[in-house]
Design a protein around this ligand. Sequence first.
Ligand code: FNR
Length: 383
Amino acid sequence: NRLKSCINIDDLGRLAAKKVPFPVNNYVEGGADDEVTLKQNCHSFNRYQIVPKALQDVSRISTATRVMGCEIALPFYISATGFSGMMCPQDAELAGVRAAAKFDTLYTASTFSNRSLEEIAQASAGDKLFQVYVLNDKTLAQQLNQRAKQAGFKAMVLTVDTIVGGNRERDARSGLSIPPRLTVKSAMQYMMRPRWLIHYLLSDGARLGNFPHLPKVSMTDSQAFVIAMGKLFKKDLTWADAEAMIQNWGGPFAIKGIMSVEDALRAQQAGASAVILSNHGGRQLDGCPAPIDLVAEVRAAVGDQMEIIVDGGIRRGTDIFKALALGANACSLGRAYVRGLSAGGQEGVEKALSILKAEFERCMILAGCSSIDQINASHIRRL
Ligand code: FNR
């Protein structure tokens, strides 16, 4: 079993590249423009050093914490990622939902899910978040809100960094289309990945281009995809809309895609219970800062009541530790999770979570921390 031989998240990434056709893998791994922000998200973690505390009793440690109103076993969870049917045609979102529940952590369902909100909600007993993109169609947006509430999603995540699709040049070059099309060029790719192909053919092919939450859109090539996204999303969304959504939801609410102290404070004024510091994994605006570099200043500005979640470039347990030491409550996982999904469906996601859990626990022990609330600024040093 090749999954067993993966010992870190990058190994999972290499296996994923063998398991799914290259346009799919490029879609996952790629970023916007020159991918400067994509790379920086990872590299920025190296500017921080973990300061261990010696001779602490770490015979028993707990990684349990509370995020978005939910008690969870780990300070990290699965972020919203769309199109899971491309990476895992057999189970799509359900693979991640079930894996997250096994590890007693959260799963975030994307607006761009290939399975319905209700199906995702019922796939596990674990707590789940619903990530919403605000659509031009107001009734549709309200329906989504209602359905998420009824299905039992615990919290809402409003993503605000995707007013238009980012310029992902890898997708244009690799001929990404949704659903994937069979061309002479891609035929070899599919033939070399018989498992993926079989499941793709067995699954309702249309499902891959079908988002039960959205109107039918044409995504026959990467350009069509960007245009379709542009038509779908509300471009005149303002803080007043966010405030109304927060009130309407009435429960834990995060704004995802916050990239400054100023906006974190506005989110707090608008009534959000959390901000997710994120640049969409470097997939939207190239040239913006790495979220990890914002954590300390945002924490200083918002005080200790508001939750701070950070994502972007998290590939190691030590990255998660650094984020918490700088003041974050939790981290969310994009590619670390998707790599597992591509590499081996639910089993692959479980592998990704188990790698990060083991790394994070080891890091806590070596740093001399036996619970999450012991991790603080005294454990971190900036180069
Ligand atoms: C994403 N991301 C994302 N975010 C969101 O709010 N809604 C979505 O539908 C998606 N879809 C999506 C698909 C894929 C394939 C990726 C890789 C990412 C962004 C995601 O939630 C998260 O912010 C970043 O992925 C975090 O960066 P890392 O962990 O991938 O470096």
